[in-house]
Design a protein around this ligand. Structure first.
Ligand SMILES: [Fe+2]
Length: 443
């Protein structure tokens, strides 16, 4: 069993839950989702045996093994299971389609109760406190999850009544800050987590991690660094004031739509000022200026005479880097190395050239999360090399035949890199390797 297989099962289950909640049972999309869950189930439930998937303490478990990355990626689904009172699901071979549909209907709240004697049993087994034991990086993940939660809360509050509470956001960013102090490589690797469904939340937390790292590199004190991080997390919060139809508009925006979009930095800054909190003027400045370019262009168009604040310029670099490395509906993701090149091309016009240089120094030519091909297979960079131009700290994850292998530390010389792969094409998820990194003598 790999985390990937159980992750695929959880993903397929969640998809079926969504479909069952939206469409009647016979709907083609429901049947398609059922088929996908069928396949995923056959991959995880051993013949003649059973498997227990639990959701407890903000994490998914396969039997007793924590699935740290899946827990992060499908964090909101853990909450949904909790709401339905489900802590564990025991799937017994052979699992029937009807039972898969029943469990999905129950989780979708489409049926009130669940048959107690099928091939899937709910809350049959519980994990003990020992099973919930912490891993070295679990605090870092917890901070990440708290930041996602804080952002969900802020977004909900903004949509409901146009204002929000600052305290949970500050607390979450403080957590990210503390963790990134002690585990800087791990936090950079963690910042490669992506979510297609909740793009904005994950992107904002990643931008925050990267902005905190840049800020530390240029010697900004904690007192200012936290509000910068808060500004990074909240940089797009003003988008709650933009009509959804405009935000999701697939084509070229007309003038009116563009006007609607370009108010979001100002709306965000105003909301932050209204919320208050320590250093909130800094956070508001960062949100206000995150689309202002180094040369004074960009929007809101008031920076012609002077440059945006250096804190805003740092967040702009972090924001851009994560956006480029993320897949969106209208364009593919690019490799980390490509994103650095894009920043370099824009240095002096779009971005502060000194900060771009600092950022590249910090990330290395092949930043953490880069998936590299070389003579003996495929390796993922887990932290930047300790000497400029020196070997990269990587984990070897695939052999020359293309088979996945147990991650193995490997010092890869940059000259030996033959090519770079995208996470989405390679099926390799860099952030999922955090656990292997804990054991590896790197970072
Ligand atoms: Fe924005």
């Amino acid at each position: 069993m790999s985390e990937r297989q159980t992750g695929a099962w959880i993903k397929a289950l969640r998809r079926l839950v969504r479909q069952v909640g939206l469409y009647p049972t016979g709907h083609p999309l429901t049947m398609e989702a059922l088929l996908a869950l069928r396949t995923a189930t056959d991959d995880v439930v051993p013949e003649g045996g059973q498997v227990v998937v639990s959701a407890m303490d903000n994490a998914f478990f396969h039997n007793r093994t924590i699935l740290p990355h899946v827990s992060l990626e499908y964090h909101s689904f853990i909450g949904e299971l909790e709401e339905r009172g489900v802590e564990s699901m025991t799937a017994v071979h052979p699992v029937t389609d009807q039972d898969l549909l029943d469990v999905a209907a129950f989780l979708a709240n489409a049926s009130a109760d669940f048959p107690a004697d099928g091939s899937i049993l709910l809350n049959e087994r519980y994990l003990t406190p020992e099973d919930l034991e912490a891993t070295p990086t679990s605090e870092l993940r917890r901070s990440y999850v708290s930041s996602l939660d804080a952002l969900r809360g802020v977004t909900g509050a903004m949509r409901a009544d146009g204002k929000f509470e600052m305290a949970p956001v500050v607390q979450a960013v403080e957590g990210l800050f503390e963790q990134s102090m002690t585990q800087s490589s791990a936090s950079l690797l963690l910042s490669t987590v992506k979510s297609h469904d909740e793009y904005t939340y994950y992107h904002s937390v990643n931008a925050c991690i990267l902005a905190l790292a840049i800020g530390r590199m240029i010697g900004i004190e904690r007192e200012h660094l936290i509000p910068i991080g808060v500004g990074a997390v909240l940089h797009d919060i003003g988008k709650t004031a933009v009509p959804t139809a405009t935000l999701n508009y697939p084509g070229r925006l007309n003038d009116d739509q563009w006007k609607e979009i370009t108010v979001h930095p100002q709306e965000g800054a105003l909301a932050i000022l209204a919320a208050g909190g320590p250093g909130h003027e800094i956070s508001a400045t960062v949100a206000f200026e995150h689309h202002a370019r180094f040369d004074g262009s960009g929007y809101p168009g008031i920076h012609r005479e002077k440059r945006p604040h250096v804190y805003s310029r740092a967040v702009a670099v972090a924001d851009t880097y994560d956006a480029i490395t993320t897949r969106r509906s209208y364009r593919r993701a690019e490799t980390p190395n490509h994103a650095l090149n894009a920043l370099l091309m824009g240095a002096g016009s779009g971005y502060d050239p000194d900060l771009v240089r600092t950022f590249i120094d910090m990330m290395g030519i092949y930043p953490p999360g880069s998936i590299l091909e070389y003579e003996n297979g495929v390796a993922v960079v887990v932290s930047r090399s300790s000497e400029p131009g020196g070997p990269l700290d990587t984990l070897l994850v695939r052999d020359t035949q293309g088979n996945d292998i147990d991650p193995e530390p490997y010092a890869l010389h940059p000259d030996d890199v033959r090519g770079q792969l995208l996470a989405q094409d390679s099926g390799i998820d860099p952030a999922a390797l955090l656990e292997s990194m804990d054991q590896a003598p790197v970072g």
